[in-house]
Design a protein. Sequence first.
Length: 310
Amino acid sequence: MSSSPPAKTRAATVSIASNSFLITIKVAAGVVTGSVGILSDAIHSLMDLIASGVAYASVRKADEPADASHRYGHQKIEDLAAGAQAFLLLVGAGFVAFEAIRRLINGGAVTSLGVGITVVAVAAATNLVVSSYLARAGRATGSAALGANAADLRTDAFVSLGVLASLIAIKLTGAHWIDSVVGLLVAGAISMTGVRILLDSGRRLADETLPEEELVQIREVIESFLGDEVVGFHDLRARHVGSQHQVDFHLQFASGTSLERAHKVSHDLQDEIVKRLPGTTVLVHLEPEHRMREDRFGDAPSVSNATGTT
């Protein structure tokens, strides 16, 4: 996953602009129609706007180079931002649920349905387009914050489609209670997205290892270097840090291999891993073949978990 600061900043800016526009038209439509569904959708867009601002700030900060106080860089800020976005979604879900239940108990009518239907349809289409753009930008740059923001907007688009369906149903049947029921469904959709993003960012912050398919690729590269010079490896570790991978492991060389040659081989190996997994930082610890090894993670001594650079 390569990092592209201008692309990430541009995508976050587009998200902020679209959310600002949608909040304006949704609040106006909600006031005109009195629809809790539209107002709830507006609250969701407000949460998305705040999340977009967090994403914008985080991707700019995360791409700053390492400094004296952050020797490993600032990439984890993106994971923190994704967690903050998830929290905001859950807060928004609570508000939506409260308002929907209040309307069910006290009653309420939806008016000017034509205005509401038009606004919600425009909002759904806008969010589908922008969320697709952010998802592509997130994958291209490896940005967790942009990925979380894309998920927010995608959920918002589906929420808008649900609200649109409810407004059409109200217009056809005159059953105004549908509006409040849809509000509760909106709260559920928001909550599910928030929990998923929160768990994902939590796993990254807790340094969960890379997916098995990516570990397999790393092992394949290392094993392709095994031979007369490289006789084994162990303690392979790998994790996500923001939009980056960090990999380290111990590489064992045959007795008599010069330090210069071992250094050259390890750098060639690092380059091959980066080709397989762009955006990876690799740390290799050089060892002689007779060095005592511990099978700390239950792997075969020559095939453990780690990350590296020489």
